[in-house]
Design a protein. Structure first.
Length: 823
RNA sequence: GCCGAAGUGGCGGAAUUGGUAGACGCGCUGGACUCAAAAUCCAGUAUGGCUCACCCCAUGUGCCGGUUCGAGUCCGGCCUUCGGUACCA
């Protein structure tokens, strides 16, 4: 019989909703499991196959845990602010709020058709004032603690469109709309001081159960390096004499190489550049600065790009030997890393070597390379040379000694530096959370009082191109009296980065309508951290770091418990289409409705899970979907065939193997082996192999009719249980065909595996000669070498290869392999 | 460029700690059922070779090299593809 998916799916979806099967009781905290999926961005492309791949299997895991007796909370919401809705508005004139609300409505309908166990009472969307009010509140708390501050920072600016561009809108340095060369423009912007938490964010990684690669990426992103800061005095050659009081502080990871510092490089943006540059070098320096304006950081720091730079005309004094060294500026030094200035040691640094070679600057080795060393810069360990009092010391000892020396002289000290930068949260856009700050000419920046929140985003705004921020053009919004002095003032015209929204949303889900605070502490104290967080690896270094930072901040102001937001993390892989990530702009979105209408939700979900390892994703292809369709139909047919069974017999929890017929014993073993396998595999998100195991079992159940009715029922009960997390509608249907009237998920249940049924009496082992397979033989489990040896040498295929040879060695690994080494 | 991954039959993939490479599925080939088709069921299916009867022989997990009785798995060096690179989310 053809599995009637449409009918069965709507039947059970209605049943679940009616009986409120998935409503979470937060008062039950024993075996609580907060299962969170990264919420959805409600784009115009609606729900595509990539979303299904994320949410379907993830829900299956949550259902599996529920059946193992966990009290699972699985919510879903909408990450509703952001750039795409605003761009859509610029193109079409449709207001971001209207398009977003419409998209959310459509997406919710599609989400429901997956058949996930979302608790819809916990729904939230970030563009609601009740939600973003708390972004503003969070901003004010950070501000109070000195962790939100304003400074100048560059933005991409299109001179033609007169607008700020996101990095994504810049292609090859040009505006994606009009092709005009994009320039960098400095604006005053808000930052959150995440760097204050750098060390804790690094240390905390050791306490959470995340994929190693993700932790590694965060470690590298935080980029801790231990070195020293050293002050160099500036020496001006002419006119002003040598009496400069200016000091340039550099950061180096190799203070031991100070004697090899033959020149200095400042970032072109370094604040001292203008002051230091001598009159005769002004023109060159200015035109160099101009020439690198449109380069991205990636281009600037590329190690294959030819080095560029110019001499400023000024010199610095190397404090260890009082030598005059020239000060250059070059784009490979970034103002945002370290102190924006380096001492260049070409002997021990590849980039410095390359630069020195190109501009004929002196190179002094201060670490002795081994005799056979043929390269240029030498980065490895070795004894110090040309370094006066450091000579002969190896790198670590030399570092210690020079740091001590610098500290004594008061011109430097050992320092830890992080690559991590503060979080720039200002966006010159409309569709986001307004920043709760008022700029007053007299009082400066004045925070809005908490009682005034939310500062609502006005609907009536000209969000079209031009100018720094759309909100600045709304007179009614932007003009306001200073809360302190009453002078006519202006609101901050910017909105917040949407990563602010997602940095604390997991708290809000627990009670989205809570009005007395950012979240309901009485629930959060028991339900945070999130036990399982599922989302894309593309968030490894930004969202996942920001959320950890905000969690720690909320802890420090006394409202959050614990140190980390997400205890365990799993990434779903990316489903690409024609080699590219699915997106509306690329026009390669695969619509799941195409397949769900034909095969049904469960078949599609199973197919996505069967495609491969969950964290790998893959390129989309519908080849093979008929495989999971057959699987579902075969199960459905099987249960229909035996649908009266429950009226005729009952099954025990456990059987004694010896009491069963040969056929019964076989089925009993296979059921238990599969149950064990599926349990293990699903628990680790290895759905593909779990499904393969069930398919294999199904192939073995062909002769079920020859077993006793008891064993038949025993087998079918367990099959329904193990299939239902992965195919929930089918599972319910099969369960009801076995005479049950309540949901299979309602009373959590997962059968205990009978361990005694897992062990087979004989095992097949491989026999190799010189590592090549020559035969396989069946031996009793755990056979001793002597027993196996006899069998091995009675095999003609083995003796054939050992006959004229000398046996050198025999290796026997119990239950696995027998290898004979011959000469 | 830098950081992080991944490369296995015609295709998706399996092999969980170094121990029988190709489980499971798709596709394909042949057969059964049928007036016929679809569906379903059964058998075969890495490549090459032979006396293609075989439980035969050789080769084979991106490329080159190494460690080991034994390498898809470990080590060194490449190549290709993908994710991120701080304003897409």
């Amino acid at each position: 019989m053809r599995y009637p998916h449409a009918e069965i799916e709507s039947k059970w979806q209605e049943f679940w909703e009616e009986k409120q099967v998935y409503k979470t009781d937060f008062s039950k905290i024993e075996k609580k499991l907060y299962h969170l999926n990264m919420f959805i961005y409600p784009s115009g492309a609606k729900l595509h196959t990539g979303h299904w791949y994320h949410y379907g299997p993830s829900d299956s895991w949550a259902r599996y845990k529920r059946m193992k007796g966990f009290n699972v909370f699985e919510p879903m919401g909408y990450d509703a602010f952001g750039l795409p809705a605003e761009n859509y508005a610029i193109q079409t004139g449709i207001h971001p709020q209207d398009s977003t609300i419409k998209n959310i409505k459509d997406i919710k309908e599609q989400l429901k058709r997956i058949g996930c166990m979302y608790d819809w009472q916990a729904e939230l969307m970030t563009c609601a004032p009740e939600y973003y009010k708390w972004n503003q509140w969070l901003f004010l708390q950070l501000y109070k603690k000195g962790l939100a501050y304003r400074k100048k920072a560059p933005v991409n600016w299109c001179p033609k469109d007169q607008t700020v561009l996101a990095n994504e809108q810049v292609h090859d340095g040009k505006c994606e709309r009009c092709g005009t060369e994009v320039i960098q423009r400095n604006l005053s912007q808000w930052f959150f001081k995440i760097t204050d938490y750098a060390e804790e964010l690094l240390q905390g990684l050791d306490t959470i159960n995340w994929p190693e690669k993700t932790k590694l990426m965060q470690r590298n992103w935080i980029g801790k390096s231990i070195g020293a800061e050293v002050d160099f005095r500036v020496y001006l050659p002419s006119g002003t004499g040598d009496g400069s009081n200016d000091i340039i502080r550099i950061f180096t990871t190799r203070p031991d190489t100070l004697f090899g510092a033959t020149y200095m490089v400042l970032a072109p943006e370094h604040p001292l550049v203008e002051k230091l540059t001598t009159a005769d070098h002004k023109y060159k320096v200015e035109s160099y600065k101009e020439s690198i304006k449109s380069l991205t950081e990636i281009e600037r720091t590329s190690t294959v790009k030819e080095k560029t730079g110019v001499f400023t005309g000024a010199y610095a004094i190397n404090p260890v030997n009082n030598k005059k060294i020239p000060i250059w500026i070059a784009d490979y030094v970034l103002q945002t890393y370290g102190t924006g200035a380096i001492m260049a040691v070409p002997g021990q640094d590849e980039r410095d070597w390359e630069f020195a070679e190109k501009f004929n600057l002196p190179i002094i080795r201060t670490v002795q390379p081994p005799d056979e060393f043929a390269g240029k810069a030498y980065l490895e360990d070795g004894p110090a040379i040309n370094s006066d009092f450091l000579d002969g010391l190896f790198v670590e000892d030399a570092k210690k000694k020079i740091n001590h020396w610098l500290e004594q002289k008061g011109i430097g000290k050992a320092t830890v530096n992080y690559r991590l930068r503060d979080w720039l949260i200002s966006r010159q856009r409309y569709w986001g959370t307004p920043i709760p700050i008022i700029h007053c000419e007299k009082c400066g920046e004045v925070p809005v009082s908490e009682a005034e929140l939310p500062i609502e985003l006005p609907y009536d705004v000209d969000f079209k191109l031009g100018g720094e921020s759309p909100l600045a053009r709304n007179e009614k919004y932007i003009n306001v009296k200073c809360p302190k002095c009453g002078t006519n003032s202006k609101r901050d015209p910017d909105t917040m980065d949407t990563f602010v929204d997602s940095s604390w949303y997991y708290f809000r889900f627990l009670n989205p309508n809570y009005s007395a605070g950012i979240f309901d502490k009485s629930i959060a104290d028991n339900w945070v951290p999130v036990d399982m967080y599922v989302g894309g690896a593309e968030h490894a270094t930004m969202h996942l770091l920001y959320a950890r930072f905000i969690h720690k901040f909320l802890r420090d102001i006394g409202i959050a418990k614990g140190h980390e937001p997400f205890q365990t993390l799993v990434h779903q892989g990316t489903i690409t289409n024609a080699g590219a990530k699915m997106s509306k702009s690329k026009g390669n979105v695969v619509n799941p409705d195409l397949f769900t209408s034909k095969f049904g939700s469960d078949v599609f979900r199973l197919y996505l899970m069967f495609m491969g390892p969950y964290d790998m994703g893959g390129d989309w292809s519908d080849k093979g979907i008929s495989g999971t369709d057959r699987f579902v139909n075969r199960i459905y047919d099987l249960f229909n065939e035996y649908k009266d069974l429950a009226n005729q017999t009952t099954a025990k929890e456990k059987y004694d193997l010896n009491s069963l017929s040969e056929q019964g014993k076989f089925i009993y073993r296979r059921i238990n082996q599969t149950l064990q396998k599926v349990d293990e595999e699903v628990n680790h998100f290895r759905f593909n192999t779990a499904i393969a195991a069930m398919m294999e079992l199904l192939n073995n159940l062909k002769d079920l009719s020859t077993c006793s009715k008891e064993i038949q029922l025993y087998a079918l009960q367990r099959l329904a249980i193990m299939v239902s997390p992965l195919a929930p509608h089918l599972g319910e249907e099969c369960w009801s065909l076995l005479g049950n009237t309540s949901s299979i998920f309602e009373k959590p249940f997962w059968y205990e595996v009978d361990k005694s049924a897992l062990i087979e009496d004989t095992i097949s082992i491989a026999v190799q000669v010189n590592g090549k397979l020559r035969a396989t033989i069946d031996v009793p489990l755990n056979s001793e070498q002597e027993v196996v040896k006899k069998l091995v040498f009675s095999e003609e295929r083995v003796t054939k290869h050992t006959a004229d040879k000398t046996i050198v060695k025999e290796i026997y690994v119990k239950n696995k392999i027998y290898n004979i080494v011959v000469k």
